[in-house]
Design a protein around this ligand. Structure first.
Ligand code: NAG
Ligand code: NAG
Ligand code: NAG
Ligand code: NAG
Length: 415
């Protein structure tokens, strides 16, 4: 009897965390919005309109150009796919642009080893004015997505009230769970409440969603990357502790491969999003992306750092007068990622520092691998002076790991 009660309590306790087992590391993939928006003009622009063809072509690229094998497995539809609701109230895609339906697209993605994500909105209408998921439609829509074999849902928050969202987002989490299909759940909820406590309860979010958009949409410009970064850093004491395996902050898509970033800025977005343990959703044309941008996005050490199993979000740990900022993310095996980021606008800056200054212990000797060049810097002690050359609006990124313990007492000596 007592054992039964204990078991029951254990079950009740489990219900309090989102327990779908998904996204133990940040999701990686491709999302249509930033690059392709709500282009529905398939007559004039058949290659780029939101349509089955666009998603199938991106699926082919993900599978054939090395993306999938590096972890970029989500093929995610954003707004503007919906045609309406049928006589039973069931969602149907636009029949001209998605003639074979969403289940067909999910099968196609799965046949290539990919996962399909879809978009809806917790409100009367989606942000672009397509039918939304009102409270009375939550269960029905969750069931529809599961029947189509969808793997992720991004639920936006346009055309809703605070009360609708407070009810609707948890209701959708329950409804997705009830379908029995593991569906990763991306919530735009906090972005609609200002992203901060007391309006946002991050404990509740972590129990409800696998990832959430905290702040503004990214646009195709460096200014937008900076404004998002600034907001995340300003509020890092709140945001950093709430991220972890299965529940992530989402500073929005990577715009690498588009038109707004220089080479240095593209590397900077990749490095900074990686130390923030951010989802890596590309939103670019994978059919025409340059080799240089592919190299940034497909850097294996970068991806290993982003996907580190501890899932600890990094922080900005130093803001120097020289306008060099240092970010640090703790990784498994006592390793760390360091990003030296320049906000300067003059010329490459020679930044001199020591690991002691970056709060590493004096009891170890470290080695660093430059994430972009592959160069190894070894024998770093806490007082070892080093110099990194950081380009304007660029980064230097290190993967740093201990190679030796400096024994301080005989019985602890290992070397
Ligand atoms: C539903 O929730 C239960 C309890 O939290 C969990 O064990 C189960 O894996 C979930 N199922 C799905 C499909 O998310
Ligand atoms: C949603 O639609 C209902 C019914 O038309 C309306 O009463 C409500 O004000 C709308 N809510 C929002 C946030 O637009
Ligand atoms: C936030 O949500 C958690 C989990 O549901 C709850 O225990 C806590 O009381 C909430 N905090 C506030 C300030 O409402
Ligand atoms: C590091 O540089 C400082 C001057 O910037 C110097 O005083 C110090 O001795 C150097 N440390 C080592 C270990 O070379």
């Amino acid at each position: 009897m007592l054992l039964k009660i204990v078991l029951l309590l254990a079950l009740v306790a489990q219900v309090l965390v989102l327990d779908n087992g998904l996204l133990q590391t940040p999701p990686m993939g491709w999302l249509s919005w930033e690059r392709f928006r709500c282009n529905t003009d398939c007559d004039e622009d058949p290659k780029n309109c939101i349509s089955e063809r666009l998603f199938m072509e991106m699926a082919d690229r993900l599978a054939k150009d090395g993306w999938r094998d590096l972890g970029y497995v989500y093929l995610n539809i954003d707004d503007c796919w919906i045609g309406g609701r049928d006589a039973k109230g069931l969602l149907v895609p636009d029949s001209k642009r998605f003639p074979h339906g969403i289940a067909f697209l999910a099968d196609y993605a799965h046949s290539l080893g990919l996962k399909l994500g879809i978009y809806e909105d917790m409100g009367n209408l989606t942000c672009m004015g397509y039918p939304g998921t009102t409270l009375d439609k939550v269960e029905q829509d969750a069931q529809t997505f599961a029947e189509w074999k969808v793997d992720m849902l991004k639920l936006d928050g346009c055309f809703s009230t605070r009360m609708d969202r407070a009810k609707g987002y948890p209701m959708m989490a329950t409804a997705l769970n009830a379908t029995g299909r593991p569906i990763a759940y991306s919530c735009s909820w906090p972005a609609y409440e200002g992203g901060l406590p007391p309006m946002v309860n991050y404990s509740l979010l972590a129990e409800t969603c696998n990832l959430w958009r905290n702040y503004d949409d990214i646009q195709d410009s460096w200014k937008d990357v900076l404004s998002i970064l600034d907001w995340f850093v300003l509020h890092q004491d709140i945001l950093q502790p709430v991220a972890g395996p299965g529940h992530w902050n989402d500073p929005d898509m990577l715009i690498i491969g588009n038109f707004g970033l220089s080479f240095e800025q593209a590397r900077a977005q990749m490095a900074l999003w990686t130390v923030l343990a951010a989802p890596l959703f590309m939103s670019t044309d994978l059919r025409t992306i340059s080799a240089q941008d592919v190299e940034i996005l497909q850097n294996p050490l970068m991806i290993k750092i982003n996907q580190d199993p501890l899932g600890i979000q990094g922080r900005r740990i130093l803001q120097e007068k020289s306008q060099i900022e240092v970010f640090k993310r703790p990784l498994s095996d006592e390793a760390s990622a360091l990003v030296f980021f320049s906000r300067r606008t003059d010329m490459p800056f020679r930044y001199r520092s020591t690991l002691g200054r970056l709060r590493f212990p004096s009891s170890r000797v470290y080695e660093a691998q430059d994430v972009f060049s592959g160069q190894i810097i070894t024998g770093l002690r806490d007082k070892t002076n080093f110099t990194v050359i950081v380009n304007p609006s660029g980064v230097v990124m290190w993967y740093l790991y201990p190679i030796k313990s400096l024994a301080i007492s005989k019985w602890k000596s290992q070397d």
